[in-house]
Design a protein around this ligand. Structure first.
Ligand SMILES: [Zn+2]
Ligand SMILES: [Zn+2]
Length: 340
């Protein structure tokens, strides 16, 4: 369960929030592994638009695209509109094969800054809440999404340069933000003195707030396949580990960090024990890989050229997260583990 105020990390934890293995903190601050997850990986996209806001296709066409491209789940998230997905689920859903989840992109602003927060699996539509600062607007909307039974994720921080890492890191009661978004104007790599999204992530983690990085399409355009300058589908997704394809299990796994974000790298496994983290890449025939383990301040602690790479914790890293770089630019991001 997720409770208010727990995004600020306790300083005594040795290792918490494993992405692939449940962990429990033992007396004295050490962490002990519990039963490893036996779940399966499910591929999903949590940010998609339709004709119900500024997308170019019907919800049926959009769901059909993801179903036909071998995704397992899709969240429809139109701007300030909660689409009823029951008929879509009846038409396209299939046990352990495909699931349609309702959602909304709560689209607010502060001054000129667009502040968009997705609400996944909402019970009711959430109206933009407004507020007196960037952080206040974000927080009010996050809290309203929680109040409507949904899971919040903060979207595209660098779109129109809307929020700083400090503002993003100050928001409580949320565990997810977009480390990758397929829209062509989200300024993922930063510039002009503004940090990129990975730099922002490391800054927030270094300051002690645990937040997970999610990859999404933010797809609006399904009728211009091959146009890299349009917000098309199939660019970024999450692979979520769950016992079965069930909305609440998928939501719980996202909150727990039992997933990785990807733009084309597939992992066979990701395992964290009290002492180490191991990433196993599922290689493709023509690609080569680098596996990086990253800690406090964004420092690369270790880089491996092997498709199975292990990092042994020293206890001085602050946090450790793994990233896989494929030789054509595709990536995967595992969720951070607090090491102290
Ligand atoms: Zn948006
Ligand atoms: Zn969007």
């Amino acid at each position: 369960m997720f409770g208010k105020g727990i995004t600020r990390l306790p300083v005594v934890l040795a290792v918490v929030l494993a992405g692939a293995v449940c962990m429990a903190v033992a007396p004295g601050g050490r962490a002990a592994a519990q039963t490893p997850s036996t779940g399966r990986w499910f591929k999903g996209n949590t940010h998609t638009h339709t004709l119900n806001s500024d997308g170019d296709s019907t919800p049926d066409d959009v769901v059909r695209w993801y179903r036909e491209h071998r995704y397992h789940f899709l969240v429809l998230t139109d701007h300030n509109f909660l689409t009823d997905v029951s008929a879509l689920q009846a038409l396209h859903g299939a046990s352990d094969r495909f699931l349609v989840i309702r959602g909304e992109e709560v689209s607010d602003r502060f001054g000129e800054a667009p502040l968009h927060i997705n609400g996944l699996n909402l019970n009711t539509q959430v109206e933009p809440q407004g507020g007196t600062s960037v952080v206040d607007v974000l927080q009010r909307n996050v809290d309203a999404i929680r109040g409507a039974g949904g899971i919040p994720h903060i979207n595209h921080p660098n779109f129109r340069w809307a929020m700083t890492p400090a503002e993003l890191g100050a928001v409580r009661n949320t565990r997810l933000f977009e480390i990758f978004n397929g829209h062509p104007e989200i300024n993922m790599f930063g510039g002009g003195g503004v940090p990129g999204l990975e730099e922002a992530w490391d800054s927030i983690l270094t300051n002690g707030t645990l937040i997970h990085g999610i990859a999404v399409d933010d797809a609006h355009v399904f009728k211009q396949p091959g146009n890299a300058n349009s917000a098309g589908p199939g660019r970024g997704w999450v692979m979520v580990r769950a016992e079965r394809l069930d909305t609440s299990l998928i939501m719980q796994a996202l909150e727990r960090g039992d997933f990785y974000a990807s733009t084309g790298v597939e992992l066979t496994d990701y395992v964290v024990t009290p002492h180490s983290m191991t990433v196993t890449v599922t290689p493709t025939t023509f690609s080569k890989y680098r596996v990086q383990f990253i800690g406090r301040g964004g420092a690369v602690l270790k880089e491996s050229a092997d498709t199975t790479a292990t990092y042994e914790f020293t206890g001085r890293e602050g946090y450790v997260r793994a990233k896989v770089l494929e030789s054509n630019g595709r990536m995967a991001w595992c969720q951070p583990i607090r090491v102290n």
